[in-house]
Design a protein around this ligand. Structure first.
Ligand SMILES: [Fe+2]
Length: 418
């Protein structure tokens, strides 16, 4: 195995732990809702992934750190065995945080042994699995942030995870404009260069009618106008399921927004702050994104429209490395499309389905993506919690239409004259 691969392994693993550094052992055990997992569970589950798919089958003589961990830290791999209910992950007081860090160190030592001792042949077999394990861990880095945000943001004392980012945040964003695309036959899907998840393949052709994309994300100020126009009370703007969700969940604003003393505030990972109208709206469900777009006389982009527009763009933006963990206003002097990568995941109007001729990977790893292709919508572009080395134009994230705890927002689209 090349030295660089081990260095990358160590860097990704260290980053996960750095994200947990501000958390106490008590913080790391909280599960504030069934969809959000405790940080301690993320730390252990990502470790279990390497132990199960790399060490157990490929490191001769490897013995699991603790055989009971397979039950506690398997997420959804039916082929691997029984596991604790997702909603019960917050009941795991033992192993304690310290033991989970011991588990990580033991698996990291064994992984170093495996990677350093591998023959060129074995290296070729292991490299894609290591890459998958690291990309998997990066997905959980984002979840550590969104899940602790939910835990802290719904706590009565709403503690801050970190200090507010240094320097002033702009109070204006570039004006809303439209970028036109001619459509026609475009190719989408992973082009085979570097890592991609199986759900991004095969690359294939799609026909698009001419369309336009908004040059930036929808802002808090624009979303506030929707709220003030009684957007949440007008059934004609909503999908039936969406309006049901508004009623049953009592939604009247994005998740984490609070109206107190005549002012809108939002919980951020740096605590409760006044809404900045220039920032992208965040923590809205697909239903809200769809209703907002209808109210604005537009629609959400199809995932192929988004990808065709994003192809060739450099991966730069307000991503995890910026350390802000909160979306930022679109720079006023930007060119063409702002905020494509980072800030917020952009809901598309596309259902999460298999691409033509899609085939999941063989074995338990095949459960990674394919079995979730029902009842979820695709999101594109990454967020302020996504690592820069994790995102690309062909990346397909997916969540149920009612999910709001991810950094999810809105870019508008509309049809164009041929
Ligand atoms: Fe996972």
């Amino acid at each position: 195995m090349l030295k660089g691969d081990l260095a990358r392994y160590q860097a990704v693993r260290a980053r996960t732990e750095a994200l947990c550094a501000p958390l106490s052992p008590e913080d790391m055990m909280v599960q504030s809702m069934p969809d959000a997992s405790p940080a301690k569970w993320h730390l252990a589950h990502t470790t279990w992934f390497f132990e199960t798919f790399l060490l157990a089958p490929h490191l001769p003589g490897y013995r699991p750190f603790d055989p009971r961990f397979a039950y506690l830290f398997n997420s959804y791999y039916n082929a691997v065995g029984e596991r604790i209910l997702r909603s019960k992950r917050g009941t795991i007081s033992r192993p304690g945080a310290e033991q989970v860090f011991d588990y990580r160190r033991a698996v990291d030592r064994a992984m170093a042994e495996l990677l350093q001792g591998a023959s060129p042949d074995t290296t070729r077999t292991l490299a894609p699995l290591v890459e998958l394990g690291l990309n998997h861990e990066q997905q959980h880095q984002e979840l550590i942030l969104t899940d602790i945000k939910h835990a802290f943001g719904t706590s009565p004392v709403q503690p801050a995870y970190q200090e507010a980012p240094e320097g002033p945040t702009p109070s204006a964003s570039r004006p809303l404009g439209w970028v036109r695309y001619g459509g026609g036959v475009v190719e989408v899907g992973h082009d085979g260069r570097g890592f991609a998840f199986d759900n991004e393949s095969p690359r294939h052709r799609v026909y698009l009618e001419p369309y336009e994309l908004a040059n930036r994300l929808v802002t808090n100020g624009e979303y506030l106008a929707f709220i003030e126009d009684r957007g949440y009370e007008r059934p004609e703007l909503w999908l039936s399921e969406g309006f049901e969700a508004v009623r049953s969940q009592g939604w009247g604003a994005p998740e984490y927004w609070h109206f107190r003393d005549g002012t809108w505030r939002a919980y951020t990972l740096s605590g409760l702050t006044e809404i900045n109208q220039a920032e992208p709206v965040c923590h809205v469900s697909y239903y809200e994104a769809d209703a907002y777009a209808r109210w604005a006389g537009a629609r959400l982009p199809a995932e192929a429209e988004w990808e065709a527009a994003a192809a060739g763009f450099p991966i730069v933006g307000n991503l995890q490395e910026a350390g802000r963990f909160h979306p930022a206003p679109a720079p006023e002097a930007d060119s063409r499309l702002s905020q494509l990568f980072g800030d917020v995941w952009e809901w598309t109007g596309s259902a999460y389905l298999a691409y033509p001729n899609f085939r999941p990977a063989a074995g338990a790893i095949g459960e990674y993506n394919g079995k979730f292709m029902c009842g979820q919508m695709v999101l594109r572009g990454g967020s302020c919690a996504t690592p820069a080395t994790h995102i690309r134009a062909s990346y397909r994230n997916f969540f149920p239409p009612g999910a709001r705890w991810q950094f999810s927002g809105i870019r508008l689209a509309r049809g164009a004259r041929p």
